[in-house]
Design a protein around this ligand. Structure first.
Ligand code: ZN
Ligand code: ZN
Length: 258
């Protein structure tokens, strides 16, 4: 028995180390997570070029834009959008939906160290974030944060900020989010747009940090825009002068919205 335990300790330590490395960052591994090319960073340059090339997007809803248009047809008639500007790095599609799933649902916060720098690796996004005075993530509800152990949007924001050697103040708890009994990604689109359970607020002791400031709100995925808009409304109501939204992935338009 003693020998068996000793063997278990001997082998479990390296296995634990490997698991830790994987969970802290896919950068510890030597092959591309998408095509298995070796040696390569977590995502090789060929895969980044194939799947991660930035495309022109509507500055109000972050959907891809047809050539020559300044706004998509839906946003062109919006007279008073809540968000000053909205940007997304990629479509929520293969392979990014799978990697965000790893980051979000499979306890792999290390993917933020890959996706965070990529989030700001685009000239138009860089210009947008450089015009913001304060950065904050879309918060999780307290119960979701307790279950997951981390906020994937905060992990993305931190990694992006670190990559830029940013000096802009970061506020992880600028927004509060009430618990809901419904879960956004299980709701149909119509319900998400009118979900009365979406509740954001700004703690009174933090209001002075956003007074007349341009706030950047970061999220991992944008589907309808209801979450970002609700967060922006809370910040504007608390005194922010403008709010811009940045997400890693934008759900593509459904055919009826094209
Ligand atoms: Zn690859
Ligand atoms: Zn638009």
């Amino acid at each position: 028995m003693r020998n068996s335990l000793q063997r278990e300790e001997q082998y479990s330590a390296p296995m634990q180390t490997l698991r830790d490395l994987w969970q802290r960052g896919a950068a510890a591994l030597g092959s591309c997570a998408l095509c298995a090319a070796w040696p390569a960073p977590p995502i090789c340059t060929d895969c980044l070029a194939t799947f991660g090339t930035a495309v022109p997007r509507c500055p109000r809803c972050a959907l891809p834009l047809a050539p020559g248009l300044a706004f998509c047809t839906d946003c062109a008639t919006l007279s008073c959008p809540v968000l000053n500007q909205c940007a997304a790095r990629v479509d929520y599609a293969y392979p990014w939906n799978g990697l965000i799933g790893q980051l979000k649902f499979h306890q792999r916060p290390g993917w933020a160290h890959v996706l965070g720098p990529m989030l700001v690796n685009d000239p138009s996004i860089l210009e947008m974030v450089s015009n913001c005075d304060v950065w904050t993530p879309v918060p999780l509800t307290p119960s979701r944060l307790a279950a997951r152990g981390y906020n994937q949007s905060w992990e993305l924001l931190k990694a992006a900020h670190q990559h830029l050697h940013g000096q802009t103040p970061l506020w992880p708890q600028l927004l509060t989010r009430s618990d809901t009994r419904t879960i956004q990604h299980h709701l149909p689109r119509a319900n998400r747009l009118t979900n009365p359970h979406l509740r954001f607020g700004v703690p009174s002791h933090l209001v002075r940090h956003i007074h007349k400031r341009h706030v950047l709100v970061v999220d991992d995925v944008m589907t309808t825009g209801a979450t970002l808009n609700a967060a922006a409304q809370a910040l504007l109501a608390a005194g922010a002068s403008r709010v811009s939204g940045l997400v890693f992935a934008r759900t593509p338009a459904t055919p009826r919205h094209l």
